[in-house]
Design a protein around this ligand. Sequence first.
Ligand code: ATP
Ligand code: MG
Length: 591
Amino acid sequence: MFLKLRALFARQTKLMPFTSGGSSQGEKILQKDDSESSTNFIQNIVEEDLKTQKFEGRVHTRFPPEPNGYLHIGHAKSICLNFGLAAQYSGKCNLRFDDTNPSKEEEEYVKAIMEDVRWLGFDWDDRLYFSSEYFDQLYEYAVRLIQKGNAYVDALSPQQIREYRGTLTQSGRNSPHRDRSVEENLDLFERMRAGDFAEGERVLRAKIDMASGNLNLRDPVLYRVLKVAHHRTGDKWCIYPMYDFTHGQSDSLEQITHSICTLEFEDHRPLYDWFLKELDIYRPQQIEFARLNLNYTILSKRKLLQLVQEKHVSGWDDPRMPTLSGMRRRGYPPEAIRDFCDRIGVAKSNSTVDFALLEYCVREDLNKTSSRVMAVIRPLKVVIENYPEDQVEELTAENNPGDPDAGFRMMPFSRVLYIEQDDFMEDPPKKFFRLALGREVRLKHAYIIKCERVIKNENTGEVVELRCTYDPESKSGSSMDGRKVKGTLHWLSVDHAQPAEVRLYNHLFLNENPADEKEYPDLGAGVNPDSLEIVKNGFIEPFIKNAVGGDRFQFLRLGYFCVDNKNSPPGAPVFNRTVTLRDTWAKIAKK
Ligand code: ATP
Ligand code: MG
């Protein structure tokens, strides 16, 4: 199985015949049905709330990342949903960092997350918040719950708390400390804050119901001791609120109307509502939707961090990573990611989306926007024997056949050229419409050439050079270029070509569901050893030598490429292949 898949990946570097568009038949099924413009279930809820004036006609959402890693494509779904709803209904969307766990959070992540949200095309204006800004208020809320007899300080160890909690089939047991007096609880909580207890010695718990069918309601922990400095509040606190005690109250403080989260939080909703009700504060509505799952892809920050730490990738922004920074570096346009998030829609039950759909969206966008240029990544020398030695012609090449406004550029043509090694076969099968001994092909934007002789390395037998002739009458665009030949190849003039490093990528994981821990307990073992291929001795057209990080091109027949935004010194761009021209992979996989 492993080997077979690897062989398939290897074949993905196949060259494409010339076509104007970037999409194939197989991809058509992935296209959105334009006739379908129905609203999703969250839009339905919002529209109903607008009708009934539930929130005085307001729509106010938030995107609440925890700054413990970089954003990935799953987060993009949530960002597009939250910011998108706000835009659609003339509302607002906050960016709020849910920074309640100082042991895993860092300022680096805060910066990266803001950059990624902006890059994706969304703006929180002046509505940037941090849950840590609410620590004083949350402490006060906790005191309020204690005063109402709704919370108590527990001295059970974390292990005991787990044991006392019970299971899905067995109800929990009350802690022996559950019925302390309010005064005693207030005093102990104050002492927790003052640093009198070590980590794990005391926690503050809600007093709800140890027999509840919902485990989240079995006296959940509200505050724990963590003697760790916080990236924003420094040493001010040595107790920190739990996520559940923070999230809803933060929503409430920000007057959020619709608090949209993923399905795992459905069971937390009764707790979310309980806090707001007991504290008697403004109540947003929590709505759950299905998270994005993508095949061949890990969408968990914890596991992505593991890939970084174990050096399976070069960093969070490795172009193979499903992070927004990785995708940016790889060349995915933000428009394509937004289009993807739009196409996958919003549902109430979990499913897995085919990675090919994401690539389809990327191709759709790049096909419209990318300049076509020529590059040769595995060069084979061609000498045109009847072409004058010192002659150089500047031939006209269109920049984008789909966009007349994209204009033209000049390409130097001369006697010695590079073509792609794969475009020649000594002993070709019948349907090989490229170059072979005695056969003719057209060089794109140039002439028809015929292969007359093959020169080989005497020792290895490897083909090292082709001797060809050209038909001077066959110049592209001339009145005489009507002569048809089956194949058209890309090429570069050896004297003018610029060397360039090119990086080719495949799926980071070989298996379709790398997140399945039962089947793949060792994350690192599933990493595709052929997910990155570095081609050092590629060549590009002279004029793109000065391309800078983020510039995107279609290399004719090879795919879409983007200049690496990290390792591209001026005048020596390194190119990342964003995506191949057509989804060869999905077609192969189907077979
Ligand atoms: P991870 O599992 O990667 O650690 P998380 O949910 O812990 O993700 P947060 O920073 O808490 O990460 O997520 C911020 C928001 O993004 C949350 O509202 C969360 O529900 C949403 N989100 C996270 N992953 C996905 C996903 N795969 N699909 C859709 N939304 C997601
Ligand atoms: Mg989370």
